[in-house]
Design a protein around this ligand. Structure first.
Ligand code: ZN
Ligand code: ZN
Length: 347
C-alpha cells in the first residue's frame, strides 16, 4: 500500500509498504479520506501533540473508509461496512477509564499519533474505535467526525446555554465547526475575532453577528456596543489570545481554552478583577471522550455544514506540500484522499 511516512521531524516520504494484517480484534479499513489537523503539523515539526510519538510514523487521525477485512474476534463489523474512527483507543482498565474519564487513560493508543494512522491506503484499527455510519453520511464528512467530536466535547465543557452569546477567537476549521455547534446548541449571537481576511469572510457567510480584525479594530470597544458575551472560546491557543479571552469575557461568563498551546506558555490572571469581580469560570477541553456517536447523529442529519470547512481534497501522492508549503496554512480543512479524488458532484 501507499503511505505517507514521517521518518524524522520535517522528513515526510511516500513509501510503498506491505498492507497491514488485522489482529483478532482489529478491522482493516480502506481509507477514503483523512483530514489534516494542526496536530499533524506539530508532529511534522517534531513538536509532539497530545501524546508522545515515535518515528517512523504514519500520521492522520481524522479518517473514514470501508472495512476491507476483519479479525476473528470482530462480530459487529463486516467487509464493505462504511465506518469512521475515533482515533483514541482507551484501555478500559486503568483508574481514569473506570472512573469515566477515558480521555485521561493511562495506556492510550492514538491512531495517527502513537500507532499508524490514516495517511495511507489502509489502516488497522481496534473494533472498539470503529463506528458504522449511516448511508446518507458521505465518507468525506465522516472523516471529520474526530475534529467535530473534539469541538463537541469543548462545547460540552463550555456549558453553553440556549440564548447565550458567544465570542470565538480564531476562525480556522475548529472555530468554524464550533460556531456551527454553538448555533445548534442555541447560541443567540456570535462574535468572531480573526486576523485573516478570508476567514473573516467565511465567518460572515456563516452568519456571525460581529466579525473583528484584531490588528485594525479594538475588540474591547467593539464588544462594548455588541453587548455581553457569556461564553468565550479561544481557538488560537496563543498566550495573547488566551489573555484576551479572559479580559473580554463578561461577568459570569465561561472561558473555554480550546486551542492547543505549548507546555511552556503562561497566562497572567488577575484573581480580583477576573475571577472574584467577574465570577469567571475558566475551563479547558482535552480530546473527545465518547462523543463520536452524537457527532455521527449530527452529521447524518446535515446539522454541520462541512463543505464550509473543507477547502481542499488532495491525493496522497500530492500531499507533501501540504506540510512543507506555508501557503496551505491559510486554507481551511484539507482532506487527503488515499483512494483517489472524488468525481466532481459525487458528494
Ligand atoms: Zn485532529
Ligand atoms: Zn485506560
Amino acid at each position: 500500500m501507499l503511505a505517507l511516512v514521517l521518518t524524522a521531524p520535517q522528513k515526510l516520504e511516500l513509501q510503498e509498504l506491505p498492507c497491514p494484517q488485522p489482529g483478532p480484534e482489529e478491522v482493516l479499513i480502506k481509507v477514503t479520506a483523512c483530514g489534516v489537523c494542526g496536530t499533524d503539523l506539530h508532529l511534522f515539526n517534531g513538536e509532539g501533540g497530545a501524546f508522545a510519538s515515535q518515528y517512523p510514523l504514519i500520521m492522520g487521525h481524522e479518517f473514514a473508509g470501508t472495512v476491507s477485512r476483519t479479525g476473528q474476534a470482530v462480530h459487529d463489523l463486516k467487509p464493505g461496512d462504511r465506518v469512521c474512527v475515533d482515533p483514541n483507543l482507551y484501555c478500559g482498565c486503568c483508574e481514569p477509564c473506570r472512573s469515566g474519564f477515558v480521555q485521561f487513560c493511562e495506556h492510550m493508543t492514538g491512531y495517527g499519533t502513537t500507532a499508524p494512522g490514516g495517511f495511507a491506503e489502509y489502516c488497522c484499527v481496534n473494533q472498539r474505535s470503529v463506528y458504522k455510519i449511516p448511508d446518507q453520511l458521505c465518507l468525506d464528512h465522516a472523516a471529520l467526525a474526530e475534529p467535530v467530536a473534539c469541538c463537541l466535547h469543548g462545547l460540552d465543557r463550555s456549558a453553553l446555554k440556549p440564548g447565550n452569546s458567544v465570542l470565538l477567537i480564531g476562525f480556522g476549521p475548529i472555530g468554524n465547526i464550533l460556531s456551527q455547534l454553538a448555533g445548534q446548541a442555541g447560541a443567540s449571537r456570535l462574535a468572531v475575532i480573526e486576523p485573516l481576511a478570508e476567514k473573516r469572510e467565511q465567518a460572515r457567510r456563516l452568519g456571525a453577528d460581529l466579525v473583528l480584525d484584531p490588528f485594525t479594530q479594538d475588540p474591547a470597544a467593539e464588544l462594548a456596543t455588541f453587548g455581553p458575551v457569556n461564553t468565550v472560546i479561544d481557538c488560537a491557543g496563543k498566550p495573547g489570545t488566551m489573555a484576551q479571552a479572559v479580559s473580554l469575557a463578561s461577568r459570569g461568563a465561561t472561558v473555554m481554552l480550546f486551542g492547543l498551546g505549548q507546555a511552556k506558555d503562561e497566562l497572567v490572571l488577575h484573581p480580583y478583577t477576573d475571577i472574584f469581580q467577574k465570577e469567571l469560570t475558566l475551563t479547558g477541553s482535552f480530546i473527545n471522550p465518547l462523543v463520536t456517536r452524537r457527532v455521527i447523529n449530527l452529521l447524518a442529519r446535515d446539522r454541520i455544514d462541512l463543505e464550509q470547512v473543507i477547502t481542499d481534497r488532495i491525493s496522497l501522492s500530492d500531499a507533501i506540500p501540504v506540510f512543507t508549503d506555508s501557503r496551505f496554512r491559510r486554507r481551511g480543512k484539507i482532506l487527503l484522499c488515499p483512494a483517489g479524488l472524488p468525481r466532481p458532484g459525487s458528494l
